[in-house]
Design a protein around this ligand. Structure first.
Ligand code: RB5
Length: 146
């Protein structure tokens, strides 16, 4: 499974930790984030992750900025993306099971390294439940067509 990862300058260290963790778990990782600590603009990287997922270059995406908010907003502007900011594992898991999230976002200034790894693991291990949740996700995606 291929995971696209993107980040701004606030999240270079955490991005590297997550890339190593994903690699250890056997995932292929596409690094679309900055590797520089010089101030940059999160919309660039949120869009890159969103497009990689929407175009099928990656199966899922992970987006990290200071809070996770800005970069998730950018990813969500790409048609077909369902990016969720998750600061703890329960929401991350349910965002897959119920909302079929395809981009996970979190904040390097919000979560610690070990919590971030736990959030990623719960998110990746969870599966979309379909059923009544499929109808609601379809309704969500319909909004993009109006
Ligand atoms: C950068 O200072 C910060 O605004 C950005 O990383 C992010 O938290 C925005 O939502």
């Amino acid at each position: 499974m291929r995971i696209a990862i993107g980040n701004d300058h606030t999240a270079v260290d955490l991005k590297n930790i997550i890339v190593n963790y994903l690699t250890e778990l056997g995932y292929d990782v596409i690094n679309l984030g900055t590797d520089s600590r010089e101030s940059c603009d999160y919309p660039v990287y949120g869009e890159k992750v969103g497009r990689a997922v929407a175009d099928g270059q990656a199966d899922l995406g992970i987006a990290i900025c200071g809070t996770g908010v800005g970069i998730s907003l950018a990813a969500n502007k790409v048609k077909g993306v369902r990016a969720c900011v998750c600061s703890e594992p329960y929401t991350a898991k349910l965002s897959r099971m119920h909302n079929n999230s395809n981009v996970l976002a979190f904040g390097a200034r919000v979560v610690g390294d070990e919590l971030a790894k736990m959030i990623v693991k719960e998110w990746l291990d969870a599966e979309f439940e379909g059923g009544r949740h499929q109808r609601r996700v379809d309704m969500l995606m319909e909004i993009e067509n109006r």
